[in-house]
Write a protein that binds this ligand. Structure first.
Ligand code: GLU
Length: 237
């Protein structure tokens, strides 16, 4: 009889500003869930999107978590330590012919990418992003709070970006590689990321990963109904 796998959860803030009430709430949710299962709670700083990083905010986030008694296990991991790992995994998908270069700009695109660059034979001479081919498979998962979620990626997102034109590894891809490397088996995070989860599960399927369990908790909104966000300069706790 196999022993139950130990619970490994995580909190993965981006260092784009100090911890605000909304991210503190998400941190607390994932912390309590991990502790209630006698699990580990790992901390990862999602610092790949360098133009958005704000100097000093990683340290300030760590200090704040510590001040609120949200003690993490193990040493803090920074995505920027693992650039080779992302590229190796990306190359594997290139070899499998699942990825193609795309020169489309956001301005010319609607929300769902039509795949216009999919069948171009030559490498573009201008900067390009790398997209993953999607198909019509249905991606389903049972969110521990939101219930059964089903997506058809090709219809609902289209081929999506794994490496941006500015050479930065996209969040959707990095998070999958990170969660696998850290053996995360439970992801508790904000509801705003629910829409990203089917893309991440698709990548896990292509890479042969075991998908973690997911729980998407409500996000804290302000009086106008907008999500508290570092990008809109929510105040530090
Ligand atoms: N770094 C992401 C954020 O700050 C969260 C990543 C995740 O939980 O998957 O929104």
């Amino acid at each position: 009889v196999l022993d139950k796998l130990p619970y490994i959860g995580r909190f993965a803030p981006s260092p784009t500003g100090p911890l605000h009430f909304g991210s503190l709430y998400t941190a607390l949710a994932s912390f309590l869930q991990a502790r209630s299962q006698q699990g580990l709670w790992l901390l990862r700083i999602d610092d790949l999107d360098t133009p958005r990083n704000i100097k000093g905010s990683a340290d300030s986030i760590l200090k704040t978590l510590d001040a609120f008694g949200l003690y993490w296990d193990d040493t803090v991991v920074y995505q920027s330590q693992y650039l080779d790992d992302y590229h190796e995994n990306l190359n594997q998908l290139v070899k499998d012919k699942l990825i193609y270069p795309c020169i489309c700009s956001r301005k010319t695109l609607t929300d769902i990418y039509s795949g216009v660059c999919r069948n171009k034979q030559t490498l573009p001479s201008s900067p390009y992003s790398l997209r993953i081919k999607t198909d019509n498979r249905i991606i389903s998962f049972n969110d521990e709070l939101q219930g059964l979620i089903s997506y058809n990626l090709a219809e609902q997102h289209g081929d999506f970006i794994l490496k941006r034109k500015d050479q930065i590894i996209a969040y959707q891809f990095a998070v999958v590689i990170d969660d696998d490397r850290q053996q995360i088996n439970h992801v508790v995070r904000g509801y705003d990321l629910l829409d990203s989860t089917p893309r991440q599960i698709y990548l896990q399927q292509l890479l042969g990963h075991v998908p973690p369990g997911y729980m998407h908790v409500p996000v804290i909104i302000d009086e106008q109904g907008f999500k508290l966000s570092k990008q809109t300069l929510a105040t530090a706790v």
